[in-house]
Design a protein around this ligand. Structure first.
Ligand code: PMP
Ligand code: G9A
Length: 394
C-alpha cells in the first residue's frame, strides 16, 4: 500500500490534537479557538428548529442546491450590503463552514508546487486545507497594522516568475494574532494584487466581534475589480457545530467553486441552512451578537488585566479590539513548544507560536484564546502561565 504524495505531506492539526488533551476539566485551556458554550442560543435554536420543521417539513430534510438556499443567500446579500459588500445572487454560495472555502479555493487554484502568500503567523486550519494541494508558502510578516505591505511587494517582486495566484489574509482580529489590518493597508493590498494579477482570499470570521475601536471595512467592500474572494461564517455568531459559512466572489470563480463543491459534498446541510435563514429573517442575529460581544469583551479585559498583573518584564502581547485571540511574545531564548509540557503539569494550555508560522519563526510566542474559558478561570490560568515563564526566565 502506498499513500499519495499529498497524504504523505499531511500532518495532524496541532489544535485538533490539543483539543483532546484539553478535554480534561482540570486544565484551564486557552488553546482551542472555541466560542464560549454560553454564547450559543440553545433555547432560541430549539424554537427555530420546531418552526423550521413546521414551515418547511420534508423540504428541510431534503438535498438542496449546491449554491445553497436561495432564501438564505438573499438575506446574506442584504447583511453583506450593510458591510459595504455588494453582490448578486450568482456571486454568493453557502458553504460547509468557511473552512470549506479555504479547501475549495486551493482546489480550483493550486497546481502542485504553486506559490501562495500567507501572513506570518497565519490560521493553522488554512495551512491544513492548503497543504493537501502541496503548495509552497511565501510568508509575509505582520505588525500592529497587519500584513506588512512593503515586504509583500518586495517578495512578490522577488518571486514574480513563479506560479503564484493567491494572497491569503485574515485581516480583522486575525487568528492567531488578534491584529487588524489598517484601512490604508487594505487599500494598498488591493493595488498590489491588481498590479501582480493576484486574487486576495479574505477570511473574515471575526469582524462581527468588535469590542473597542472603530470598524474597518472589509477588503471586499473596496474591491472594484472582482479580485477578492470573501468568506464569512455562522460559527462565531451562531454555532460552529452547524458547519455553515458563505463565499462571495466574482461570477466566474463562483462557477468553478460550485463544480468543486459538487464533488466535495453535493450541498451544505439543508436543515441548518433553514435554521440560519430564520435566525437572520427575524433579526434574531442582531439580538444575539451584542450578547456575545458583551461576554467576550469582559473575557478579553480580564485576560489583558491578568497579563498586566502577572506576566514578567520582557514579555509582550497584542491588545486586540475584537475576535477571540491574542498573541504573546516571550524573550527570544524561551521555546513555547518545550514549555508546553510544563504548562500541562500546571494545568494550563495554549498553542505554541511556531505552529502558525511557515517560516520557522514563532518559537518564542504563543496564542491565547480568551473566548472559551470561564471568566473566573482566566485570571487563575494566566497566573499559572506567568509562574512557569518566570521560572524559565531565571
Ligand atoms: N478561518 C479562520 C481564520 C478561523 O479562525 C476559522 C475557525 N477557527 C475558520 C476559518 C473556520 O471556520 P468555520 O467554522 O466557518 O469552518
Ligand atoms: O479546529 C477547531 O476546532 C476550530 C478552531 C480553530 C483554532 O483554534 O484556530
Amino acid at each position: 500500500m502506498e499513500y499519495a504524495d499529498r497524504t504523505k505531506k499531511m500532518k495532524a492539526s496541532e489544535i485538533r490534537e490539543l483539543l483532546k488533551i484539553t478535554q480534561n476539566p482540570e486544565i484551564i485551556s486557552f488553546a482551542g479557538g472555541l466560542p464560549s458554550p454560553h454564547s450559543f442560543p440553545v433555547k432560541m435554536i430549539e424554537k427555530i428548529t420546531d418552526s423550521v420543521l413546521e414551515r418547511h417539513g420534508a423540504q428541510a430534510l431534503q438535498y438542496g442546491p449546491t449554491e445553497g438556499l436561495k432564501e438564505l443567500r438573499e438575506l446574506l446579500i442584504k447583511r453583506m450590503k450593510k458591510k459595504g459588500i455588494k453582490c448578486e445572487m450568482d456571486e454568493i454560495i453557502i458553504t460547509t463552514g468557511s473552512q470549506q472555502v479555504l479547501d475549495l479555493t486551493a482546489k480550483i487554484f493550486f497546481n502542485v508546487g504553486d506559490y501562495l502568500i500567507v501572513e506570518c503567523p497565519t490560521y493553522l486550519g488554512a495551512l491544513a486545507a492548503f497543504n493537501a494541494y502541496q503548495p509552497n508558502y511565501i510568508p509575509v510578516s505582520m505588525d500592529d497594522d497587519g500584513m506588512k505591505m512593503d515586504e509583500l511587494e518586495r517578495k512578490l517582486e522577488e518571486n514574480k516568475n513563479k506560479p503564484l495566484d493567491i494572497i491569503y489574509t485574515v485581516p480583522t482580529f486575525q487568528n492567531p494574532s488578534g491584529v487588524t489590518m489598517s484601512l490604508e493597508r487594505r487599500k494598498r493590498i488591493l493595488k498590489i494584487a491588481k498590479k501582480y494579477k493576484l486574487i486576495i482570499l479574505e477570511d473574515d470570521p471575526y469582524s462581527e466581534l468588535r469590542y473597542s475601536g472603530r470598524s474597518v471595512p472589509p477588503i471586499k467592500s473596496l474591491d472594484k475589480d472582482g479580485i477578492v474572494i470573501y468568506t464569512g461564517t455562522f460559527s462565531k455568531i451562531l454555532s460552529p457545530g452547524f458547519r455553515l459559512g458563505w463565499l462571495i466572489a466574482n461570477k466566474e470563480i463562483i462557477k468553478k467553486m460550485i463544480i468543486a463543491k459538487q464533488g466535495a459534498d453535493l450541498c451544505t446541510n439543508t436543515f441548518v441552512e433553514w435554521i440560519a435563514e430564520e435566525y437572520l429573517r427575524y433579526g434574531l442575529v442582531d439580538k444575539q451578537i451584542p450578547k456575545i460581544r458583551k461576554m467576550y469583551k469582559k473575557k478579553r479585559d480580564i485576560m489583558l488585566k491578568a497579563l498586566e498583573k502577572y506576566f514578567p518584564k520582557g514579555t509582550k502581547w497584542t491588545k486586540p479590539d475584537g475576535g477571540m485571540f491574542l498573541w504573546v511574545t516571550l524573550p527570544g531564548h524561551l521555546d513555547t513548544k518545550e514549555m508546553f509540557q510544563e504548562a500541562i503539569k500546571e494545568k494550563v494550555a495554549y498553542v505554541h507560536g511556531a505552529a502558525f508560522c511557515v517560516d520557522g519563526k514563532g518559537h518564542d510566542s504563543m496564542r491565547l484564546n480568551f473566548s472559551n474559558a470561564e471568566d473566573n478561570k482566566i485570571d487563575v490560568g494566566i497566573k499559572r502561565l506567568a509562574k512557569i515563564i518566570k521560572k524559565l526566565m531565571k
